[in-house]
Design a protein around this ligand. Sequence first.
Ligand SMILES: CC(=O)[C@@H](O)[C@H](O)COP(=O)(O)O
Ligand SMILES: NCC(=O)COP(=O)(O)O
Length: 248
Amino acid sequence: MRLGVNIDHIATLRQARKDVYPDLLTAARECIKAGANGITVHLREDRRHIQDRDVFLLRRTFPKTHLNLEMAAVDSIAKIACRIKPDSVCLVPEKRQELTTEGGLGVKSNIKKIMSISRKMQRAGIRVSLFIDPDTEQIKAAREVGADMVELHTGAFAEYSDPQRPNFKRSKAQNELQKLLSAAKSAKSLGLQVNAGHGLTYKNVRALARYKNLFTEFNIGHNIIARAVFVGLGQAVKEMSGLCAAPL
Ligand SMILES: CC(=O)[C@@H](O)[C@H](O)COP(=O)(O)O
Ligand SMILES: NCC(=O)COP(=O)(O)O
């Protein structure tokens, strides 16, 4: 299983003071050295953490490392993506007041816009992923717009499956896991690459990482950066990478 490390929250710390440290490029270098298969950043329209310059510098400094840019399906960010040319973009829904991404993209209700942005990206040589809930209708719509990949939103599973979280409930976690697995199967059967992410932790990632036949890549950020506070970024990435790669 490939691990994309989301480093948004290194930038969150920097932007808390609007200062120049911690340095994002040093962070990316540490992640790559520790075994990350790629770097993920979310260039939000409100620029609360990652800045345009960060994405540009990441691309220029690590041209051989897979760069995945998460972005809203809007023309202003699409223009930036076409200039920077990450390896992939993941189209995600955005709300100004949310603490983090709250749900999957409504592909079915927004086919025209998502198709137009996706085509623009693909014409620029960028692969397109859509961040969606594990829902058959959304998967069919993703296929219809011509996406290359989907990233299944693991937020609900993550909430219920980590014993440290207040909503921990085994039966609900099991139910969400089944939804993810059946969504992954139908996406795969339609020829889409299947990735997953959001809220995954050291405690719950193994339950998904077992399904190497279904998932290609996990994008994980917040929990890795939180662990890095105690053990250092390199060690935190190594541990997560080990869990993602562990044999069945
Ligand atoms: C799309 C997704 O699940 C997350 O990557 C999230 O969008 C990251 O953005 P924040 O770091 O702002 O929560
Ligand atoms: N797309 C999910 C992602 O990049 C990381 O999400 P999180 O682990 O920070 O919740």
